[in-house]
Design a protein around this ligand. Structure first.
Ligand code: AMP
Ligand code: TRP
Length: 345
């Protein structure tokens, strides 16, 4: 029997790797992105070998204005750094700088069943808007490109929000299929999804998640918004009937969502918050959370704007990130090409 391939030196990490990506499809990240995923990126870079990228190829699956896409790529990079992703420690790069992602995606597409791709709920949701017939093939194959993004780097963990779980399951399935067929040892990546913050809800409609595509302006808190605007959104958040402050996502989704956000930003436990607001109304909690939000976003926003002022430095960071990531991606792809029987150049 053929032996499973060992990782090459470039592929073999000293510390377990962590990898994740985010699309540059809005002028600002929102609290769902930050609490659901990005905060974990910052934390994991301390203990893992981190690769973080801006998924501009994924962004193209829905129509984007070229000028905006370019600008938002820089805004995304600046935000990552402003929230604490340290380019000395983490490779921060742009997906389109890495031809290997699309190249591996092709190979994986040839291993993916049509029905398997069609089951992806994000595709169902996103294609429902334009209708499946008018949606791009790129939107359909999006999760396979995502699998390639991940498998190229052999990460142990992929920190994301709950909505990405299904894509990670597909990634694991494809890795296993490839391993079985071609005797390679793709590492099976684990989703890193924190239960508490896996799904931050819309402030105006706590029946849906906070999202750039479905939330109304009042329902989404943008990290780069004027802090006064964000404070107002928190104070006007829809709360539940009754007046008791209690953590119960089933019957009190609005107030439970605010408690989740409050706890994550302040580091105080939900129990502690519930106890300290005992006997007080929703207004007190919302007012205090509004202050916590302002204290959090104000320095973040200032730092992002500062970083955006030095484009040359941002470009340098992204080039260096591509350099680090490129060595790993090239090694993985070379091995994959060899295993599937492509002749060398
Ligand atoms: P996206 O904006 O779709 O590129 O998402 C970037 C990251 O944020 C992904 O890991 C998502 O899972 C995560 N995310 C987006 N919205 C939310 C939310 N409302 N709650 C928790 N995580 C989220
Ligand atoms: N699909 C992810 C999202 O919308 C972004 C993404 C692209 C990603 N490639 C990835 C996340 C690889 C983790 C790993 O949020």
């Amino acid at each position: 029997m053929a032996r499973m391939s060992e990782p090459t030196p470039a592929e073999k990490p000293v510390r377990p790797r962590v990898l994740s990506g985010i699309q540059p499809t809005s002028d600002s990240f929102h609290f769902g992105n930050y609490l659901g995923a990005l905060r974990q990126w910052v934390e994991l870079q301390e203990t893992h070998e981190p690769f973080f990228f801006i998924a501009n190829m994924h962004a193209l699956t829905l129509e984007q204005e070229p000028k905006k896409l370019r600008e938002r790529t820089f805004v995304a990079a600046a935000q990552l750094m402003a929230m604490g992703i340290d380019p000395q420690r983490s490779a921060i790069f742009v997906q389109s700088h890495m031809p290997e992602h699309a190249e591996l995606a092709w190979v994986l597409q040839c291993l993916t069943g049509f029905g398997e791709a069609r089951r992806m709920t994000q595709f169902k949701d996103k294609s429902a808007k334009a209708g499946e017939g008018s949606s791009s093939v790129g939107l359909f194959t999006y999760p396979i490109l995502q699998a390639a993004d991940i498998l190229l780097y052999r990460p142990a963990y992929v920190p994301v929000g709950e909505d990405q779980r299904q894509h990670l399951e597909l990634t694991r399935d494809l890795a296993q299929r490839f391993n079985h067929r071609y005797k390679r040892a793709f590492r099976l990546p684990e989703p890193y999804i924190l239960k508490e913050t896996a799904k931050i809800l819309d402030l105006q409609n706590p029946a849906i998640k906070m999202s750039k595509s479905n939330s109304s302006p009042g329902g989404i808190v943008e990290m780069l918004d004027d802090p006064k605007v964000s404070a107002k959104k928190v104070r006007s958040a829809v709360t539940d009937s009754g007046s008791e402050i209690r953590f119960d996502p089933e019957t009190k989704p609005g107030i439970s969502n605010l408690l989740t956000i409050y706890s994550a930003l302040s580091g105080r436990s939900i129990e502690d918050l519930v106890t300290s607001y005992e006997g007080q109304g929703y207004g007190a909690l919302k007012g205090d959370l509004a202050d916590v939000v302002v204290d959090f976003v104000t320095p973040f926003r200032n730092r992002t704007l500062e970083l955006l002022d030095d484009r040359a430095e941002l470009e340098r960071v992204l080039r260096a990130g591509a350099e680090t990531a490129g060595a790993v991606a090239r090694a993985t792809l070379a091995d994959v090409y060899d295993r599937v029987g492509f002749v060398g150049r």
